[in-house]
Design a protein around this ligand. Structure first.
Ligand SMILES: *Cc1c(COP(=O)(O)O)cnc(C)c1O
Length: 426
């Protein structure tokens, strides 16, 4: 499978039916799996044999979809979670504990910002946020001896800041920590962060990967490239015996799959944020058409961004595909085939005009959702980023009058006509 192109992998990776087996990925809607002897099952509990016993740990439907996503990103293993939030929580918590510290780009999704700034703090894990555009030296200044990870998004939701992945990877590696990149908006179709030095990738599969707004889900993919044993004391959870699992040493027993195996057998066992097999089935259908949809999302968004940029009621358009955009050069480097379907823009009339505009749309739905087939629109200051004060909003790259438009795959003329009409009323 590894020689095939992404378009082919989206259809075929992860599940290869044998003679007489279903062509569609079967839904193993079962909590548990049967064995004939006590010993057979015991081997599984000791992590000595591979096999299914309980869906919280592994399920054939879920694993097939995880394997597909791992192939799409070029990783060695992947774990699916019940949401993108759970994926980011596990990705960090798998290598951090009380007393540790992480560094994160400030322009990240509001939910992830809260997770790192508030909830991790309660667990005794501190986070320092750095300007995504800061120099390598400035980012390095945020590191402490107890820093365990650097975190950022390929294309920040909703600020649309494009990450200089190589810059972040080099700072992370100079400090002996992995770079974790949330690749939700770019998807592996438009960017493969492992090729630029990222070590771990996360996704909210709720977005483009699903694409139809059917399921909330997440994924964590490991490149297998980070050398945990080179920093054995720092990552003792991976390199020293896990007393809660018969003293297994993940790096010794699982090599390049150590990180994902630990996340599954420890975090999933104890915290249990699994996706249902039925949701994984739905996600898999979305993945099959991901390349086609991303192409259309990007071409529609490009035309929409150009339309908005030339409209007199629009004061600012943020879209990496626009030549004047602050991140155009980075987008050309990291996202040569297109960035995503999401555009941020501001109206001349600020917050009130934004609300009037939103309420005048007919085709575009007001939804707390982005990155799906249907065109959707959201006002971050009153929705996703509501918990933030103005200062935090500014740091996250969100202004009070900003509108986040998620351009769908409808006919472009219908999208533009809807926007034109709403802009008249704004
Ligand atoms: C939506 C989103 C998340 C959170 O994912 P859920 O599936 O909603 O839990 C995390 N990161 C990014 C970039 C997102 O867009």
């Amino acid at each position: 499978m590894s020689d095939y192109r992404l378009e082919t992998k989206c259809l075929h990776a992860g599940y290869t039916p044998s003679k007489g087996e279903p062509c569609a990925l079967p839904i193993y809607q079962s909590t548990t799996f049967k064995y004939d002897t006590t010993d057979e099952m015991g081997q599984l509990f000791d992590l000595k044999a591979e096999g299914y016993f309980y869906t919280r740990l592994q399920n054939p439907t879920n694993d097939a979809v995880a394997a597909k996503i791992a192939e799409l990103e070029g990783g060695v293993a992947a774990l699916l979670t019940s949401s993108g939030q759970a994926a980011n929580f596990y990705a960090v918590f798998n290598i951090c504990e009380a007393g540790d510290h992480v560094v994160a780009a400030s322009t990240i999704y509001g939910g992830t910002f809260n997770l790192l700034a508030v909830t991790f703090k309660k667990l005794g894990i501190d986070c320092t946020f750095v300007d995504t555009d800061a120099s390598a030296e400035e980012i390095a200044d945020a590191f402490r001896p107890n820093t365990k990870a650097l975190f950022a998004e390929t294309i920040a939701n909703p600020a649309l800041v494009v990450l200089d992945i190589e810059k972040f990877a080099s700072v992370a590696h100079q400090h002996g920590v992995p770079l974790i990149v949330d690749n939700t908006f770019a998807t592996p179709i438009n960017c493969r962060p492992f090729e630029w030095g990222a070590d771990i990738i996360t996704h909210s599969t709720t977005k483009y990967m699903d694409g139809h707004g059917l399921q909330v889900g997440g994924a964590i993919i490991d490149s297998g490239n980070f050398d945990w044993e080179a920093y054995g004391d720092k990552y003792h959870g991976l390199t020293q015996p896990d007393e809660s699992y018969h003293g297994v040493v993940y790096t010794k027993q699982f090599g390049k799959k150590a990180y994902i195996t630990k996340a599954t057998s420890q975090l999933m066992r104890d915290l249990g944020s699994i996706p249902s097999p039925n949701n994984c089935f739905l996600l898999n259908i979305g993945l099959e058409t991901l390349p086609l949809r991303m192409e259309r999302h990007c071409s529609n968004a490009q035309k929409t961004a150009e339309f908005l940029a030339s409209h007199e009621k629009v004061s600012k358009v943020i879209y990496p595909g626009l030549p004047g955009d602050k991140y155009h050069a980075l987008a050309e480097k990291y996202l040569p085939n297109g960035s995503c379907g999401v555009i941020s823009f501001e109206l001349e009339g600020g917050r009130e005009a934004a609300v009037r505009f939103m309420d005048s749309l007919e085709l575009a739905n007001i939804c707390t959702h982005v990155a799906a087939s249907k065109t959707m629109v959201l006002h971050p200051a009153s929705h996703t980023h509501r918990q933030m004060n103005d200062e935090q909003l500014r740091e996250a790259g969100v202004s009070p009058g900003m509108i986040r438009l998620s351009v769908g795959i409808e006919h472009i003329d219908d999208i533009l006509a809807d926007l034109e009409k709403a802009l008249k009323n704004a």
